[in-house]
Design a protein around this ligand. Structure first.
Ligand code: PXG
Length: 457
């Protein structure tokens, strides 16, 4: 029954979708003109299948999240057992249950040193909203309620709730009147290709970090609550930090006594070749936000890991923390996250990313730097990007912006590779279990699409 759901044809499903389903980040007029969505029926390993029976190598791991790959029966079995035993109970009002307790213990062991307390939510956006409330609450309790401003960065992606979208540094996310909300400002992002600099230049690393200090001084350090950053910016285009960047950002945060929130929603759970991006870049966060790879997307779950400074202030204070979601610490989601973590550990997936996926993707995609359309290749572990250019010397994008990347992306889908276009680039974040031959397949399809699009220009 894999190609039909309740025995409906693909055409009937598409028509119903067009009539009743509003999609995230979708141009609905264009979708209707194309006759409806691609309907995915099932997944196995790094591959997906659609209602046309076509196989796709999932170069995006769902949406930067299916770290252990599709079709892992263990997660379904764990979910089934947990639903039978306790499908739901809340964690409000001094209540708890075994899966959330065990998961908290596990996360304390895996996350960067000093992060030992966990608050749960259902999505990355909610985790970041939670972090924002926690840091502002912290400063108010410290008698410094004026410390409210959160410094984010240009090109950042932190979510789609009102606060999450405000934290984003992508102009398209502020396309709704009154965003960003007050108290959120953006420093320049460390995007070497865009700035006309070398991604491996340590001088640029320090200069890019100094943009954070510039913003702090503009706002007034006494008004700043926290800085938030992804170790590697994901949705903004896999923007890797230049050398020395994070060391300098941390120095600046310490200098002005500003809390450091690290958004590990994409980077966490092996994506960078360590358990967390904070390990890869030697970051000591006060707070970390995680989601996506936490359950490999098998259940919606996210968490905010809190370091002693903020946690002690919370625990030491009388009064209720006025924050939480019905499904904070959902028992089924927690049980599934635990099994996902077990699989990552048991199968050495983090080491596989560090020793095989990272070097192999770096090599195969790195070779594309010589391609006439490719300006820069960058990435780490299991997250990579190509920036395309009309002119390698000036780094000019094509006109209109994104037109060529979109053509390459569309051709990749036709040839069996799922990828995402970002500005004039393409991003990759496959399931972390991807093998060398599958990386060859990915790079081969990509190369053929680049060649064929280049030939039409
Ligand atoms: N932080 C980061 C770093 C993210 O990448 C979020 C927070 C928000 O998570 P939720 O679960 O609320 O979506 C994200 C999400 C894309 C794309 O097109 C990326 C994300 C979400 C949707 C699309 O690259 N990242």
């Amino acid at each position: 029954m894999k190609n039909s759901f309740h025995n409906r044809t693909a055409e009937a499903l598409k028509a119903a979708d067009l009539t009743h389903h509003l999609h995230p980040f979708t141009d609905h007029r264009a979708l209707a003109a194309e006759g409806g969505p691609r309907i995915i029926t099932h997944g196995e390993g790094v591959y997906l299948w659609d209602t046309e029976g076509r196989r796709l190598l999932d170069g995006m791991g769902g949406l930067w999240c299916v770290n252990i790959g599709y079709g892992r029966k263990e997660l379904g079995e764990v979910a089934h057992r947990q639903m039978d035993q306790l499908a739901f109970y809340n964690t409000f009002f001094k209540t708890s249950h075994e899966p959330v307790i065990e998961l908290s213990e596990r996360l304390a062991a895996l996350t960067p040193e000093g992060i030992n307390d966990f608050f749960y939510a259902n999505s990355g956006s909610e985790a970041n909203d939670t972090a924002l409330r926690l840091v502002r609450g912290y400063w108010a309790a410290e008698g410094k309620p004026e410390r409210q401003v959160i410094i984010s960065r240009e090109f950042a992606y932190h979510g789609s709730t009102v606060a999450g979208a405000s934290l984003c540094g992508l102009p398209s996310m502020h396309d709704v009147p009154s965003l960003p909300i007050p108290g959120i400002v953006h420093a320049d992002g460390p995007y070497a290709w865009h700035a006309g600099r070398d991604q491996h230049d340590p001088v640029y690393g320090v200069e890019a970090a100094d943009a954070v200090e510039t913003k702090i001084l503009e706002v007034g350090p006494e008004n700043v609550a926290a800085f938030i950053g992804e170790p590697v910016m994901g949705a903004g285009g896999v923007i890797t930090p230049p050398p020395g960047y994070w060391a300098r950002v941390q120095e600046i945060c310490r200098k002005y006594d500003i809390l450091l929130i690290v958004d590990e929603v994409i980077c966490g759970f092996g994506r960078t070749g360590e358990w967390f991006g904070s390990h890869t870049y030697d970051i000591q966060p006060d707070i970390i936000c995680m989601a996506k790879g936490m359950s490999s997307g098998y259940q919606p779950i996210s968490a905010v890991g809190v370091g002693a400074r903020v946690a002690d202030a919370l625990r030491g204070r009388a009064g209720v923390l006025p924050h939480g979601f019905t499904y904070s610490g959902h028992p089924v989601a927690c049980a599934v996250a635990l099994e996902n973590i077990d699989i990552i550990e048991r199968e050495g997936i983090v080491e596989h990313v560090r020793d095989t996926v990272g070097p192999c993707m770096g090599d195969r995609l790195g070779r594309l730097t010589a391609h006439p359309l490719v300006g820069e290749v960058r990435g780490v572990g299991g997250m990579w990007a190509l920036d395309l250019t009309a002119d390698k010397a000036t780094r000019a994008p094509f006109d209109p912006l994104g037109s060529v990347a979109t053509q390459v992306r569309n051709l990749c889908f036709e040839r069996g590779l799922a990828t995402r276009a970002v500005r004039e680039g393409l991003v990759f974040s496959p399931p972390l279990i991807i093998t060398e031959p599958q990386i060859d397949e990915l790079a081969g399809i990509l190369m053929s699409c680049l060649d064929d699009v280049a030939a039409t220009l």
